[in-house]
Design a protein around this ligand. Structure first.
Ligand SMILES: Cc1cc2nc3c(=O)[nH]c(=O)nc-3n(C[C@H](O)[C@H](O)[C@H](O)COP(=O)(O)O)c2cc1C
Length: 339
């Protein structure tokens, strides 16, 4: 720890809040963030987060128990706010005494933050804007994650650097704010910590760790890719809202654009109504990430990845990735102090 004391000092609030050695979260990644990766992250001193995604309460129950069996360190659970069984999932987390619940995918529904807090767990929410960040804190969120559009997976429209400049000076002194999106090296982590972040969250950098169960072909696609291969999906028709997803471009991403055009034509012809049209769009991607991560279908599946993918070139144990991030951060802080 002494060798990374400057970084550790800047992480002090985040480490205390998370109960981990380093204030480095591995953001929940559907299909990837299961017991093996989550426990490896927490055992290495980071903070692992289970991605509940579309799991039902029974599956989540098993995943939490499985993770507990592999680590006695704290870890979190990420729940999607629009999950139809959100409150049952919260009960499962409470039953296991999960210490931190991350609410992703939109404004938490009424009563959800309270239900989590009643179980004694801390609540972490995503803040897409400063105004919403303030509102979430007023509603009881214990910490915020701000995530820029460089990130892998579902993204907002604003970059990490701009969100950090807008939100950290206003909130980070009094509140815990973690920064995510596009962080591939420790120098960037040091920069956000110096701006007041309590810690950082990375996904892309950890997705292909040795302990990740992602298919070897999914990992190979990451190792081959550059930043410019990780593209955001485009919405072709203003009537059909699509939350952009950043993923490596492949046949699947091209077909998604074609699918939207096809559905818009059906809508024009009056062959489907708006509800059916939107459902067709949503269903297109359902299971696509699983196809890529688990089955290794990197042609037609969704290889969600952030722009930092170009900095992922080989399989490495989680502990080595964390050690590299800490060393790079410390060297950056030391050289600034010496200047
Ligand atoms: C393959 C993949 C799947 C993801 N799935 C989810 C998810 O299910 N829920 C979620 O809140 N975020 C998800 N994310 C976002 C990550 O939790 C994390 O915030 C993001 O990867 C951080 O940015 P980075 O990719 O630039 O490191 C996913 C990201 C990736 C790369």
């Amino acid at each position: 720890m002494a060798a990374t004391s400057k970084t550790a000092a800047l992480m002090a609030r985040g480490r205390e809040f998370l109960g981990s050695e380093y204030a480095i979260l591995c953001g929940a990644m559907s299909w990837v963030s299961e017991r093996n990766l989550v426990s490896a992250i927490s055992n290495a001193g980071g903070f692992g987060v289970i991605a509940c995604g579309a799991m039902n309460p029974e599956l989540l129950d098993r995943e939490i128990a499985g993770t507990r069996a592999l680590t006695d360190k704290p870890f979190g659970v990420n729940l999607i706010t629009m999950h139809p069984q959100l409150f049952e999932l919260i009960e499962v987390c409470a039953k296991h005494g999960v210490s931190h619940v991350v609410l992703a995918g939109g404004i938490p529904p009424k009563g959800s933050v309270e239900a989590i807090k009643e179980s004694g767990a801390k609540v972490i929410c995503f803040a897409p804007t400063l105004a919403l960040g303030k509102k979430l804190l007023r509603s009881g969120a214990d910490a915020l994650v701000i995530e820029g559009m460089e990130a892998g997976g579902h993204i907002g429209p604003v970059s990490t650097s701009v969100l950090a400049q807008e939100i950290l000076p206003a909130l980070a002194e009094e509140h815990l704010v973690f920064v995510a999106g596009g962080i591939g090296r420790g120098e960037a982590m040091a920069g956000y910590l110096e701006m007041g972040a309590a810690g950082v969250q990375l996904g892309t950098r950890f997705a292909c760790a040795s302990e990740s169960i992602a298919h070897p072909d999914f990992k190979k696609a990451f190792f081959r890719a550059n930043a410019r291969d990780a593209v955001a999906s485009v919405q072709v028709d203003p009537r059909l809202p699509v939350i952009p997803v950043r993923a490596l471009k492949n046949k699947g991403t091209e077909e998604f654009t074609a699918k939207q055009i096809e559905v818009a034509r059906l809508l024009d012809a009056g062959e489907v109504d708006m509800g059916e049209a939107q459902l067709k769009i949503e269903h297109f991607w359902a299971g696509a990430l699983r196809r890529a991560v688990i089955e290794g279908d990197v042609e037609n599946g969704s290889i969600m990845a952030g722009q930092s993918v170009g900095m992922v070139s080989k399989e490495e144990p989680v502990a080595d990735i964390i050690a590299a991030l800490m060393a790079e951060s410390e060297a950056a802080l030391a050289s600034r102090a010496a200047a």
